[in-house]
Write a protein that binds this ligand. Structure first.
Ligand code: 3H9
Length: 704
């Protein structure tokens, strides 16, 4: 509790010569209204106190400040604004030092840039991540950072949005010193030295020297933009970031700041930013279980065991190794084990060749992974994750063996993507410890982890799985036991429609183009070719279902990229899909054989039939309480399937389009289709009739 207000404290050191203003607004010093007004009061007090010769602003160990309070966006703005605070700092004749430990992000870093000096701990990270919220730094960051480190480096930081470690920030000139030892004492020493030095304190806004290269070469920022904006083409925020940096180079400071603010206000009301801010909070909500008693403690996890050294098993083992958790991989045969571990090493080598990993780091990670063909090693694991073939009898046998061998209380997880976790849990005498941990391929890359709550799963087990997810850097969502869980169950609706579109008149490249234009990184057919068409074929055969076109392709040996042909044709060694007249022939012949009269299908219909049936299934999932929140479904699709983040996920998107429109379109397609799943789901009907959206639904517990 501070003495200025609840979140700001003012004290002095050196007999009143140094003012120390502490920010303490847990958890991360978001610059909400109380912090902003407290800061103004404290800075004015330091300014007006004639004994004070210098000022130090300091946050907590976790954060100097994580920036503006995102939850205040979209609400009426209450003064003072962050811009007012930084402008106040600009008027001070006494040096002000920002002492940064932990994070200084967004508005938090802009506050530091408004100070005359910045010092940081070695582990501190600074950055301007606003672009990830569909915004740009709106409190002078785009004007001050280029003046400190040059326009090119600033554009890279602002458009990339990633935090920069203290050492790099120092090398660039964004901070003045990295301090070792007792940080507060050392930062105070630094402030004391600046007070003693006297003179006019340096303001970032007055610097011009670092802008010289960009001023001398007007095409410099064009080239930077060409490089940095390629991957985010069409999105307004990254482009606005570049425009703001350009303004820093071409305009006087005050004019540049005006331009920055205008761009910021424009972005604040953009649909993309609204969606990205929704995703920020949805991601954090998804990790929370509303019915979990506060007293539940997760179990300690020191060592993991993964059963199966296939692609999934290896990827899962990498997740643990990357997080510094020793992991044992169990296989039945030495050859399969060696193959699996070789694949892991190969994946790391690829990362080295791309420059994202060092040799030393690879060695460290590989040292965490050890393989064995002795099933008895199951006893070593605090968590045991089974990642074998999708076959219930096999999984039941394995879980019965795990039950015999695993240590009491170990978390027992299956990575199944299709099978009933309740049945798997019944193979053990400790179903309370059993749950699903559904990783997405490639497991070491994809951020999503669906945690499947079975009927007997204990809260302790769920808390432990959530904590593991956090440690290995996954975005988690707890879901219920149903066919395909949440993600794949919705995907199945899209897959059915994709095949029907081909039969009715579209071609794979038409469908993929519409899905790409929507913002997915890949269309369903290119994706099928990448994953291997034989996988679905095998599952369909086991279930006695058919998919006329995909079955025909598989019968012709076209399994996708791995056979050089699937829905597309691939040149040897290339992953580029080429439209293939052979495929067109197969599709046309199949339509004819089934007596379907083909017609021209436009991009709008394709897009609707790719997205709306999934949303419809999402409504059923919510009705059955297989997901806790509509926003959890959004998170699953963004992090597991590449749904464009700036569209906020399928359920958020549905709310923006309007549920009555979606209901009407589904009813229209259902009336002309044999796909009964197109019929609008009861909850979609209900919400549409009430004029509400999925966001109006209260959070619910998973049905078990
Ligand atoms: C900005 O600054 C605009 C300015 O340029 C212009 C202004 C004019 N606001 O993520 P965690 C909450 S835009 C509100 O679980 P971690 C978060 O919701 C902002 N709340 O911890 C969570 O709440 P809960 C630019 C925030 O250690 C709790 O804090 N800044 C904010 O894994 C813990 O968060 C950013 O974009 C916030 N700014 O990660 C940074 N930040 O416990 C956004 C956090 O109720 N934040 N919360 O679920 C982050 O990237 C991460 O939260 C951070 C900590 C890295 C800071």
């Amino acid at each position: 509790m501070g003495n200025i207000n609840a979140v700001v404290n003012f004290e002095t050191a050196d007999d009143g010569r140094i003012a120390v203003i502490s920010l303490d607004n847990p958890p991360v010093n978001a610059l909400g209204h109380a912090l902003r007004s407290g800061l103004v009061a404290a800075i004015e007090r330091a300014r007006d106190d004639h004994a004070v010769a210098a000022v130090m602003l300091i946050g907590t160990a976790r954060a100097f400040s994580a920036g503006a309070d995102i939850s205040e966006f979209g609400k009426p703005r209450k003064p003072p604004s962050l811009i007012d605070i930084v402008a106040l700092l600009d008027t001070l004749a006494k040096p002000v030092v920002a002492a940064i430990s932990g994070l200084a992000l967004g508005g938090g870093f802009e506050l530091a840039l408004g100070c005359h000096y910045r010092v940081a701990t070695q582990s501190a990270r600074v950055g301007l991540p606003e672009v990830k919220l569909g915004l740009l730094p709106g409190a002078g960051g785009t004007q001050r950072l280029p003046r400190l480190i040059g326009a090119e480096a600033a554009a890279e930081i602002i458009i990339g949005g990633d935090p920069v470690p203290a050492a790099k920030a120092l090398a660039l000139g964004a901070i003045d010193a990295v301090l070792e030892g007792d940080f507060r004492a050392k930062a105070l020493d630094f402030t004391r030295a600046k007070a003693a030095a006297g003179g006019k304190p340096p303001r970032a806004r007055d610097r011009e020297d670092k802008l010289a290269p960009a001023k001398a070469d007007p095409a410099l920022l064009d080239r930077v933009g060409e490089k940095l904006l390629r991957r985010v083409k069409g999105l307004p925020a990254p482009k606005a970031c570049l425009d703001a940096v350009r303004a820093a180079v071409n305009l006087a400071f005050d004019e540049g700041q005006k331009k920055e603010l205008a761009l910021f206000m424009e972005l604040l009301t953009s649909p993309e930013s609204k969606a990205q801010r929704h995703v920020f909070f949805a991601e954090r909500e998804a990790a929370k279980l509303p019915d979990m008693p506060a007293s539940v403690k997760e179990k300690p996890i020191h060592r993991a065991v993964v059963i199966g050294a296939g692609t999934m098993g290896g990827g899962i083992a990498m997740c643990f190794a990357n997080a510094g958790i020793p992991v044992r991989v169990i296989e039945t045969e030495q050859a399969a084990l060696t193959r699996g571990l070789d694949r892991v090493a190969e994946n790391y080598r690829i990362a080295i060749s791309r420059g994202s990993l060092t040799e030393a780091e690879m060695d460290k990670r590989m040292a965490q992974i050890s393989g064995t063909i002795d099933f008895g090693a199951v006893a070593e694991g605090d968590v045991v994750i089974e990642a074998v073939f999708e076959e219930m009898d096999l999984k039941r046998r394995i879980f019965a063996d795990i039950d015999r061998l695993a240590k009491p209380g170990a978390l027992l997880a299956s990575n199944t993507s299709t099978l009933d976790i309740n049945e798997i849990a019944r193979a053990t005498k400790r179903p309370e410890d059993v749950l699903g941990m559904h990783f997405f391929s490639p497991a070491n890359v994809m951020r999503l982890l669906e945690i499947v709550r079975a009927s007997k799963t204990s809260f302790e087990a769920l808390a432990t799985a959530l904590s593991i997810g956090r440690r290995i850097g996954k975005v988690t969502s707890v879901v219920g036991v149903c066919d395909g869980f949440v993600g794949n169950r919705m995907l199945a609706r899209r897959t059915t429609q994709a095949e029907m579109l081909l039969l009715e008149g579209a071609l794979p490249w038409d469908v993929d183009a519409a899905v790409l234009a929507f913002g997915f990184p890949m269309g369903p057919f290119a994706m099928g070719d990448l994953a291997g068409l034989d996988v679905g074929w095998r599952i369909r055969k086991a279930r006695g279902v058919k998919a006329a076109i995909s079955d025909t392709l598989c019968e012709a040996g076209r399994f996708g990229q791995k056979t050089g042909a699937g829905y597309y044709r691939y040149e040897p060694g290339s992953r580029t899909p080429n439209p293939d007249p052979e495929v067109e022939k197969i599709i046309l012949a199949t339509s004819e054989r089934l007596g379907i009269k083909r017609r021209r299908i436009g991009a709008e219909e394709i897009t609707e039939r790719m997205m709306y049936p999934m949303i419809n299934e999402g409504a059923r999932i919510l009705e059955e309480r297989m997901a806790m929140r509509a926003s959890d479904i959004d998170i699953i699709w963004i992090y597991g399937y590449g749904w464009p983040v700036w569209r906020g996920g399928p359920m958020f998107y549905a709310d923006q389009v309007g549920l009555s429109h979606i209901r009407d379109r589904l009813a229209h397609y259902a009336a002309n289709s044999t796909d009964k799943m197109l019929t609008p789901a009861p909850w979609l009907e209900k919400l549409a009739a009430e004029g509400k959206g999925f966001a109006s639904l209260p959070v619910q517990t998973i049905a078990v």
